[in-house]
Design a protein around this ligand. Sequence first.
Ligand SMILES: Cc1cc2nc3c(=O)[nH]c(=O)nc-3n(C[C@H](O)[C@H](O)[C@H](O)COP(=O)(O)OP(=O)(O)OC[C@H]3O[C@@H](n4cnc5c(N)ncnc54)[C@H](O)[C@@H]3O)c2cc1C
Length: 365
Amino acid sequence: MPTKTTSTDSTDYDYLIIGCGIAGATLAHQAINRGLRVLVLHEPSLSHATNVAAGIINPIFGKRFSELWNRHELIADALAFYRALEHTFAQPFLYEHTQVRLFTSADERDYWFAKRAAMQPSVQYVSEHEIADQLQGAIEGAFGGIRIPDTYHVELDATLTALQTWLVAQGALREEVVEYSHICLKPTTVEYKGITARTIVCCEGWKALQNPLLSWLPLVPAKGELLTIRLNEAQTALPYLVQQGVFLLPLPDGLVRVGATYEWDELDEIPTEAARNNLSTQAAAVLRLPFSIVRHDAAVRPASDDRKPIVGLHPTHPRCAVVNGLGAKGVVFAPFVADALLDAIEYGSPIDETLDIQRFAHLAL
Ligand SMILES: Cc1cc2nc3c(=O)[nH]c(=O)nc-3n(C[C@H](O)[C@H](O)[C@H](O)COP(=O)(O)OP(=O)(O)OC[C@H]3O[C@@H](n4cnc5c(N)ncnc54)[C@H](O)[C@@H]3O)c2cc1C
């Protein structure tokens, strides 16, 4: 293990973190647990991705049945992190699911069969008859589907509330808008409105587009909307997480989350009638049961143009670090990238090049 870097240290904090979504909150938690001094500044009204997210950890996704990058390590890390939080806060956050992904067409089914040999053996075909049996007639599945194990969801809003409450109790979280013009990067410290820290870490989600230090980051934010529905037949519970274009995620309270849309042009966090109709039509095409909509949310995912997180020290400002680009996979990536960044800064450990901000260093201003 490389040796720990020495602290400078006439600073107030080791880490001044901007943003307290899942990226900033997880980083702050892991840093404090390592004995580091942390202050997080956030203004909750600026970005809601973490509060809105469905929280799914999905090992196989997309039209081409792609496998999650570094699947086993990432999921193991995430499970350990969220289970430890459950233990600390004596509250459930993490739920395991069997996922049934339904083929949308005979072509998609044929594509999967052609690719099957390269797929994980744990992913099994389920016929339309099995689907009808197992989902008690509640789901349309004319082309059959696949059963995907190792699927989870984290109740992110509750997790974030618990983390933020804990950070406040540590004196490590303050609500305020960070004004970028007041950030002063010096050779060994960073100063912000009378606070000194060793490193400032930018975790603002899609709002990093407004940070002049990061205006070059190749972020491609994607607005997403979600519905929460109630199945109207009182005794009906959805036994599986079902995917078919949209996902239907059964929640612990018996409600079902339906999502999500992708929109790259209109970037705001306002729910739209068009997305509501779209999601509700797609849910009705899969579900054979009547439902009513009880909630509708919207937020913006901080995606990067290569769909991987962006983590590490700013290529030209070594007192500034970044955790961003969590895209549609913040739940599974946040614990892994928080530890990767802390190991890099504290011990000089390399960050995996797939995630390292250095892959975009040629764009840096
Ligand atoms: C509809 C939808 C569904 C999703 N579903 C899933 C899913 O199933 N699974 C999954 O893993 N991910 C999902 N995601 C993605 C997930 O939400 C993100 O990956 C994750 O929440 C990003 O976290 P973050 O901390 O980077 O950003 P955010 O949660 O947006 O947090 C950013 C923080 O920075 C603060 N901030 C910004 N600028 C400033 C400033 N100048 N001063 C002070 N504070 C500032 C904000 O207030 C906020 O606290 C979904 C997203 C959406 C929109």
